[in-house]
Design a protein around this ligand. Structure first.
Ligand SMILES: C[S@@+](CC[C@H](N)C(=O)[O-])C[C@H]1O[C@@H](n2cnc3c(N)ncnc32)[C@H](O)[C@@H]1O
Ligand code: SF4
Length: 377
């Protein structure tokens, strides 16, 4: 089982909060597609696993022409061993989704679309510097429903100037569309973003943690009444609509990342491609090295297992720790987890340790308390 992630490093405009890798200049678009196709060919030679998911992320994959997207998909099919019930997702921005584009996309092998709405409130979309407005966000979902059965929408909470009332409005609006998957991210202030400089200059301020937690609780309340499961901190889906791509990522399955800045993981090592469009294109063309690789130690693998387990409904299994690591890891985990159980952020079910609702919101902090720095005998 293998996932393929394709990073499309172009956006129309720079959102104030985002530090993913992208360029707002499309001048290298054709050369980028060629380089991506060459990387697909090279990586396929080294890999025979059956591909179960393909994910176009970015950046903004929907900025590409449908012919360009199709070329990449066909190239993957030609070179990799692609499974039958494959999930193929494309991230799309509402401003790219005309009915013609949706119609053309629906004729490709893509069977899942993830729309980056972020908010249905114009004031919030302006603060974020999104290209689209709320009217376009609504229209894009209405139209996408005519062409795709499997739709996800991305929303952001914890936004400056947001409140419980504004978040409630966003949740009511998304609920009215009856879609089956929602990714809701708490906005984080990333280094070197416009948002960081607005915060430093006191032009904007981030909401306090209590409000952000209340907003997280509200998503759970509203969506659980519609039978959504919070299968990972940011991911909410009805039964049968969990993203196979996201689930595989959180269950630490293998994936290959293609394109500038894309990461790959094979269970024991991680590699990441250079985050520069021109250098990526040149180095792929010239056969030079375009990525760095890190072998994961047992301590790294344990830390990652704890972090991903606590973020999800699949939890942390003591048997897994014992059989994949050793008794020192198990003893350390069992000693450190006690205080989190006492605070009711974690509970035990048979062999599994799982986060409660409050604990899942705090999963990264709890995980860092359980991380091993080094291992003493
Ligand atoms: C990087 S975007 C790529 C897809 C598409 N361009 C979009 O904007 O939806 C994927 C998701 O990451 C989220 N994201 C980016 N920066 C973030 C931040 N600082 N805090 C929380 N979510 C963030 C975006 O809002 C989006 O939903
Ligand atoms: S959030 Fe999406 S559209 Fe905005 S800059 Fe980041 S990748 Fe581009």
């Amino acid at each position: 089982m293998l996932g393929i992630y394709i990073h499309i490093p172009f956006c129309k405009k720079s959102c104030h909060y985002c530090n993913f890798h992208f360029s707002t200049s499309l001048k290298n678009k054709e050369d980028m597609i060629k380089a991506i196709n060459k990387e697909i060919y090279q990586k396929a030679i080294l890999n025979n696993d059956k591909v179960s998911t393909i994910y176009f992320g970015g950046g903004t994959p929907s900025i590409l022409d449908v012919e360009e997207i199709n070329l990449i998909i066909e190239n993957i099919y030609k070179n990799f061993n692609v499974g039958k019930n494959i999930e193929i997702t494309i991230e799309a921005n509402p401003d790219d989704l005309s009915k013609y584009k949706l119609n053309d996309l629906s004729k490709t092998k893509i069977n899942r679309i993830s729309i980056g709405v972020q908010s249905f409130i114009d004031k919030e979309l302006k603060i974020m510097n999104r290209v689209h407005d709320s009217k376009k966000a609504i229209k894009s979902i209405e139209m996408a429903k005519k062409y795709f059965n499997n739709i996800s929408v991305d929303l952001l909470y914890g936004v400056p100037d947001s409140s419980i009332k504004s978040w409630n409005y966003n949740l009511d609006t998304i609920s009215s569309f009856n879609i089956n998957h929602i990714s809701a991210y708490a906005l984080t202030v990333e280094p070197k973003t416009a948002l960081e400089s607005f915060i430093n200059k006191s032009i904007l301020s981030m909401p306090d943690e209590d409000l952000v937690y209340s907003q997280y609780k509200l998503i759970n309340e509203k969506l659980s009444s519609k039978k959504f499961i919070n299968y990972e901190v940011c991911s909410f889906a009805q039964k049968d609509f969990f993203s196979k791509n996201n689930s595989a990522y959180w269950l630490r399955k293998k994936y290959i990342g293609i394109g500038p800045s894309a990461h790959s993981f094979d269970g024991k090592s991680r590699s990441w491609n250079i985050s520069n469009n021109k250098k990526y294109i040149d180095q792929i063309r010239d056969g030079d090295n375009y990525y760095k690789k890190e072998n994961l130690t047992k301590v790294d693998q344990y830390n990652e297992y704890i972090m991903t387990g606590l973020r999800t409904i699949w939890g942390v299994s003591v048997k897994h720790i014992e059989s994949n690591f050793d008794v020192r890891f198990k003893n350390y985990f069992l000693k450190k987890i006690k205080s989190h159980i006492a605070k009711k952020n974690v509970y035990k079910e048979d062999d599994l340790y799982l986060t409660t609702q409050s604990g899942r919101f705090l999963a990264d902090g709890i995980a860092s308390d359980l991380f091993l720095v080094n291992l003493k005998n």
